[in-house]
Design a protein around this ligand. Sequence first.
Ligand code: DGL
Length: 270
Amino acid sequence: MSLSLSSKADIAVIDSGVGGLSVLAELRQVLPHSSIIYYADSANCPYGDKSREEIESLTMDVVKRVVAMGATIVVVACNTMTAVAIEKLRKRWSDIDFVGMEPAVKPALLSSKTGVVGVLATTATFGGELYQHTKDEYIEGKKVVEVAGKGLVEFVESGRHSTKECEELLAEYIKKMLVMGADKIVLGCTHYPFLTNQIERVIAKYEKCKGGELGVEIINPAGAVSRRVVQIVQKRGLLIDLPYMGEIYYFSSGTDKQREFVAQFLNNNL
Ligand code: DGL
């Protein structure tokens, strides 16, 4: 894959940091020939505990930048940005297609056998109207265990997500869901798919204690988001069928070290 610091592409993927790369990875599977801009607002990460006003204004700034680079489809690969700002973005840039993240609480509630679903997300995401409405619509007779994953984004952003400390913190969060009987765990933040192996280990340990498999499923909505992007790309007549891979143009608002980290993360995960 070639990396470059300046160029134009129709599709941009944005996030507060490296989390959106979990969405970019899915997108690359379905649109391998499209060039894509990736923008990480590393200088301001994490967003999750900031005020709504601050999240909104930071998101607007990021979108301004990628639109100036030529993006016409913006994938808001951050549940927090989506929860707070997506409606405003659509109003402000009516000629741009925005695809946001939505915690997969609907499919989780519809498919849960125990009737208990765990959602791991940021505080700002839980406060989002779309999330609340979706939950209210499908929750009847069921239960949602909401856990704010405080500290997890910081572990991923510093490349320390495979440490014992991170796994211990994660175990604390995931066990809160498992003890309540959750059989679906929704990843409501795009940084969390990078913690999937650790979450699986926590589940396996819990199952061992309980004496057998509990059929717990981890749900990542990135696949559904990618399929939506493909529909828009087709609608705009931008589907590319060339014998080579598209470029990834990555940007970070942070320090040189953070920019290097984004590049490294990109190379290791895509
Ligand atoms: N990737 C962002 C999300 O999906 C992380 C939020 C943050 O920066 O705290 O919510």
